[in-house]
Design a protein around this ligand. Sequence first.
Ligand code: NAD
Ligand code: TYD
Length: 349
Amino acid sequence: MRNILVTGGAGFIGSHLVRLLVNKYPDYHIINMDVLTYAGNLENLKDIENKENYTFIKCDICDVEKVNQVFKKYQIDSVIHLAAESHVDRSIKDPFSFARTNVMGTLSLLQAAKETWNGNFTNKLFYHVSTDEVYGSLEEEGFFTEETAYDPHSPYSASKASSDHFVRAFADTYGLPVVISNCSNNYGSYQFPEKLIPLFINNIVNNKPLPVYGTGENVRDWLFVDDHARAIDVIFHNGKLGETYNIGGFNEWKNIDLIKVMIKTVDRLLGREEGTSDKLITYVTDRAGHDLRYAIDSSKLKNELGWEPSLQFEEGIEKTVAWYLENQEWLDNVTSGDYQAYYQKMYTK
Ligand code: NAD
Ligand code: TYD
């Protein structure tokens, strides 16, 4: 029996991970701690919410007292920490909330783990889920490895870099058993439509402009979300304490090329004539501090732990577009309320 605290389990990646763990390990008790911000949605976990080995707790990771109580009450022996503010554009408008959740929230969890485990670290693990954006930006050549120096440029990546440093500091200073993974851009079902792929699918469906930042030449390395969840499972069970693992898809796309694939796929699945939505492409002012290229070298994970991405991108994007088309109600629910105000603020001058 293990009592695993997953933070941010109602979000995009967290919900895929919670589903995987709850279904695959009936002997583990999965405790999902999430405060349910705009990005957290219990609808994402409807299919497993009544499972015996699953508990949801609405809690802000910055609430030190409550976090401590949860550790004690559920005898938490492992943490997989995903809760975060995760959108770069929001971090540009409101950096403080990123420092609060991503830095102070991580610190609050680390402190609770340290105090509850109180030096008895046998069979304990604090797994911190991070991003490749901490490494900064690449030119046209090369890859991020686990040795690449940190060089974050956005308030989001600066806050994640800071949280990574705190995790390592707790390992070095107090001996806390930790592991960190840094993953590239994820795509798949249940992603909030502020990120490129679900935002653009939703806009294509609704014949709305597609706001391409700058020239559309920026490159991202896309990984199917279930492959990320599988990687976390592998690292959680077999990763070496104190190590960092990069996770990526070896799947680089220029934004504009990816956008063209999305347009083609949505138009085809909706039975529209090819090229119908090309006219929606609209070049807009570039994102401030926009990183040119991310590309992950995940060969350490492959060589040491045997993980590889399972899906080809063509298959993944087809599945993803189909999911958003079939789950219009989910999209409608998450885009009601504050979403309209968000959209106005971000995309209307
Ligand atoms: P998300 O924004 O979809 O979900 C974040 C979740 O955290 C939400 O459920 C939200 O309610 C919860 N949360 C936010 N603040 C909280 C707080 N103070 N207390 C408790 N819960 C809180 O994010 P995501 O895309 O699923 O990312 C999850 C993690 O993976 C993050 O740490 C992110 O940095 C990292 N990551 C994401 C990507 C990606 O492409 N999305 C890539 C690499 C790493
Ligand atoms: P995003 O999904 O926000 O992920 P990240 O910034 O963390 O990589 O953006 C992916 C890429 O798409 C990034 O280069 C910015 C670009 N982008 C646009 O061109 N327009 C948009 O409206 C959004 C949200 C992103």
